[in-house]
Design a protein around this ligand. Structure first.
Ligand SMILES: Nc1ncnc2c1ncn2[C@@H]1O[C@H](COP(=O)(O)OP(=O)(O)O)[C@@H](O)[C@H]1O
Ligand SMILES: [Mg+2]
Length: 340
């Protein structure tokens, strides 16, 4: 299912009622079918407001939402109810019924749709197996770990065979290991079920580890959009650069990659190598072609969902530094002054 957003606007009255907040301020973008699309932004950027519009929970003040080319922002209440059944949603705080067992939580959306009991039972078992919780069917929610609760929520979200899954900060309450296992599960489900997944997060790690494309939003506006590879290789907006530089790691360079520095001094230029350039002896070619010498101060790799990006922090000396940098840029290598 491809989702198209055209000039979406949503304005709220502020909590004190004295001013207005454009939580979503003229956002247009296309979310491609059958992949994991990230929406990243700081707290208050407008992510949840945007998701409520995309998922038909709320209507925009203006603009359009289209699913596979058909308007869904102007459906009647009855059409909305039917269409929403094929949308799955999971949240940071799981939103499970604590009075129901794991299996009963998963059964709930199918009960609402009036499916026969034996069919519901069969499907609950299937879904429990999919999320690897077959042995916890009768467990009370309070006895489950955070990761297990999110697995139950995922199974429940998939119960009515949705074509879109929205994940609003789904891993934000989980530790890094549990986050990794939930992201793996979402990736597996996405490819098995041909789902379009919209992953809302404030963590660049989540984008790196799960998404193919990403939209960066700030103060209700779209500030950057592209493939995760391109954005890690060459982030353009200050907000995006800031997200990448805050990726958790204890030995990182300015760009947040797991870069190892073996010289504290120097490092005037930061080179980013796209995956197709990582086998090539680019730097030694530069030294042969031009009157330059290079000194590598730090290097490392950023692992992404669709390939890796190499980073190096390098000094160049000699008479043809300008020409050498120009040559590197022509080889699809991003060259920046380090720290900029
Ligand atoms: N229902 C609402 N009523 C009033 N203000 C809201 C409402 N929902 C969101 N906002 C405001 O819109 C802005 C964006 O909020 P939100 O979409 O929750 O951001 P995020 O999910 O990125 O943290 C914030 O300033 C928030 O206070
Ligand atoms: Mg939010």
């Amino acid at each position: 299912m491809q989702i198209e957003l055209n000039n979406l606007v949503r304005v709220y009255n502020s909590a004190d009622g004295l001013s207005k907040v454009a939580a979503v301020n003229d956002i247009s973008l296309t979310i491609p079918s059958n992949q994991i699309f990230g929406i990243i932004g700081k707290s208050g950027a407008g992510k949840s407001s945007l998701v409520r519009l995309i998922s038909m929970m709320e209507k925009p003040d203006s603009g359009e939402v289209l699913y596979d080319g058909e308007r869904v922002d102007n459906l009647s209440e009855k059409e909305l109810v039917m269409r929403r059944r094929r949308i799955g949603m999971i949240f940071q705080n799981f939103n499970l019924f604590s009075s129901r067992s794991a299996g009963q939580n998963i059964a709930y959306p199918m009960e609402i749709c009036g499916l026969p009991k034996d069919e519901i039972n069969r499907r609950v078992d299937e879904l429990l197996e999919l999320v690897e919780l077959s042995d916890r069917k009768d467990a009370r929610i309070s006895t489950l770990s955070g990761g297990q609760k999110q697995r139950v929520a995922i199974a429940r979200a998939l119960a009515n065979k949705p074509d879109i899954l929205f994940c609003d900060e789904a891993t934000s309450a989980l530790d890094p290991q549990t986050t990794a296992s939930i992201l793996n599960l979402i990736r597996r489900i996405q490819s098995q079920m041909n789902l379009t997944v919209v992953m809302i997060t404030h963590q660049m790690e989540v984008v790196r580890d799960a998404c193919s494309q990403v939209a960066v939003i700030n103060e209700g506006k779209l500030v950057e959009l592209g493939s995760v590879n391109d954005i890690f290789l060459n982030p353009k907006s200050p907000v995006t650069k800031d997200f990448i530089s805050h990726i958790g790691s204890d030995r990182k360079a300015g760009d947040g990659s797991d870069i190892v520095r073996w010289s504290q001094e120097g490092g005037e230029y930061e080179l980013s190598f796209p995956s197709h350039q990582q086998g090539a002896p680019v730097l030694s070619n530069v030294a042969k072609k031009f009157d330059v010498e290079f000194n590598i101060r730090a290097a490392g790799v950023q692992h992404l969902t669709d390939g890796d990006i190499g980073k190096m922090i390098v000094d160049f000396t000699g008479f043809q530094v300008k020409e050498a940098l120009e040559y590197l840029r022509n080889q699809d290598i991003i060259v920046e002054k380090a720290g900029e």
